[in-house]
Design a protein around this ligand. Structure first.
Ligand SMILES: [Cu+2]
Length: 191
């Protein structure tokens, strides 16, 4: 969601800059032949302020915004809960803090950050829930953490994004985000 916002801000900024360049180009074409070099001070203003100061300023603002968005997407602070995820040929197992486990369906509370500690038992897989987060490899002997958060209750498709054998195409699972406070199918883990 925030990355999408950033994309729209960058599109808006680049549209404004493109419009400015075309306007300046039109002005320059209309003035061609006129003796512009009679006023070297104005040239310095154009190059100095519009050519250097303004683009650097705009880029600095975009850079700061991008760093801010990126920082907010990092898994800092405690998650509402951590789920142990194990990938194998060809299934997914999810074990929750209360000791219960499920296969093929990952149940998380909506509106809360959830950390997935992802590993695998046989070959390298990759966990991908396109609407919730980027991909994260599931590697035997190693645990990779991925933070996800569903904004609202709902069902989200997930796939294995790393070819893992003949059953790879069906190596899928579903995320069910339930309204926090109304657990669906399992009890809340005690803190
Ligand atoms: Cu797989």
């Amino acid at each position: 969601m925030r990355v999408a916002d950033l994309w729209w801000w960058m599109l808006g900024g680049s549209a404004i800059l493109s419009a400015l360049v075309f306007i300046l180009l039109l002005i320059a074409l209309r003035r061609r032949g006129a003796a512009d070099n009679r006023q070297p001070g104005r040239t310095r203003v154009w190059i100095g302020w519009l050519g250097l100061v303004m683009p650097v300023g705009v880029l600095m603002v975009l850079l700061a915004f991008a760093l801010w968005v990126g920082q907010r997407n990092l898994p800092v602070g405690p998650a509402a809960q951590t789920v142990q995820v194990t990938a194998f040929n060809y299934g997914w197992e999810f074990c929750y803090e209360d000791g219960s486990c499920s296969q093929g369906v990952l149940r998380i509370p909506a509106g809360q950050p959830v950390d997935l500690d992802i590993t695998a038992t046989d070959v390298i897989h990759s966990l991908w829930i396109p609407r919730l987060a980027g991909k994260m490899d599931a590697i035997p002997g190693q645990v990779n953490r991925l933070r996800i958060e569903a904004d609202a209750p709902g069902t989200f498709e997930a796939v294995c994004a790393e070819y893992c054998g003949v059953g790879h195409a069906d190596h899928r699972f579903v995320v069910e985000a339930y309204a926090a406070g109304a657990p669906a199918g399992r009890t809340e883990a005690a803190e």
